[in-house]
Design a protein around this ligand. Sequence first.
Ligand code: TXA
Ligand code: MG
Length: 416
Amino acid sequence: EWWEKERSRQTPESKAIEEAAELLRSSDLPVAFPTETVYGLGADATRSASVQGIYRAKQRPSDNPLIIHVDSLDMLDRLLNPTVKPSTGSSPGSSPGSPQTPRISIPPIYKPLIDRFWPGALTIILPNPSGSELAPEVTSKLTTFGVRMPSSPLARLLIHATDRPLAAPSANASTKPSPTTAQHVYHDLQGRIELILDGGASGVGVESTVVDGLTNPPAILRPGGIGIDELRECEGWEKVEVAYSDGTLEMKDIPRAPGMKYRHYSPKARVVLFEPTSTMKGVVKHVQKDLQDTAIGAHNIGIIRTRNWKLGLDLAPEAEVASTVKAVSAPIENLVSFPVPVQETGNPSTCTKMAYDYHLGRDATAIAHGLFSALRALDDLDVDVIYVEGVSDDEGHLSAAVMNRLRKAAGAELRV
Ligand code: TXA
Ligand code: MG
């Protein structure tokens, strides 16, 4: 109702949403839109050509299924109970929706999660019903689909205006850090898509948590915006299993969320992640060794600091290299970045050294919010190596998601 009023007033916002919705209904090019987790690259989940457009624009492997976004439980109910379209020559029989056909509803295990976390950063896995309207490309070869109701009002309005469930992975080029601003999307996908709805920076900053309640015990397939402790507080989820691997766990079999096996969240620069228990002395020694090693070629470095590091200062005896310092203003909102002169090594071939020092804040919520932006900003500054201070589990419910993304970006973790 509110939307109908808004639409009839033809505000710039409502016109932009209408234009995006029209593209989603009629074009095969995906549309990028903001959600509270990260920006999504959306397509009508019921049209194959449209869904194929996502894989093409992102250059995403086709065996990696997509998450469906709905604006309401009503829309999800319609997905679970598809009405078979009348086709010529079909034999008369029990038609769905008739009294004999029981309606399919969401498995009760999900009820406490939906009550508490929807709309929000939680994706649940459901069986794909027979006669499903979902394009087969959405689920790749799985018999299930992942779905969430985003809390971003702009995302929900767009789904509502389109009047279709939207398939939407993160709107980055495959393997790159997920986008949390419209500018990130533009950087990765310009020329490949027609429209980006700009809703400002995503609040959460990491993707949704993916859970599977169809198995016993239920499992977390991807850590994300909802924490494991929060899930465990819900009835039936006390014993939820961790079924993802981020390099620290022995996995018995292949990851159950197909997307988790791919290279991910990687900036151009090499990422070096230090375990939170690392000592400051060990870190400084390690970084200084890298700076002296011509094979590593660490001319410019980035530092992502969260709690304890005072790395910039330790690396910068002011007198040494004042001449190499140039002023660089913080390239992104809400992040403190400043160049730090780095001690000269005496090797003339590794002359200009610059360190960019980002402080993301102390708790995992702030770190999650700024993490992908910081990785991208350091890439824009052409650093060779990014050193990151890891966060421990007690830094808040987003720490598992933060460390998971960082381990994927770094490939390994160092304790020094
Ligand atoms: O926060 C988010 O979830 C973002 C925003 C845009 O909503 N979307 C997102 O989608 O991260 P995507 O496609 O980048 O991630 C999908 C993840 C992958 O790890 C995929 O393997 C898993 O969800 N997934 C999707 N459908 C699945 C299914 N039926 N069974 C198991 N895992 C599934
Ligand atoms: Mg992604």
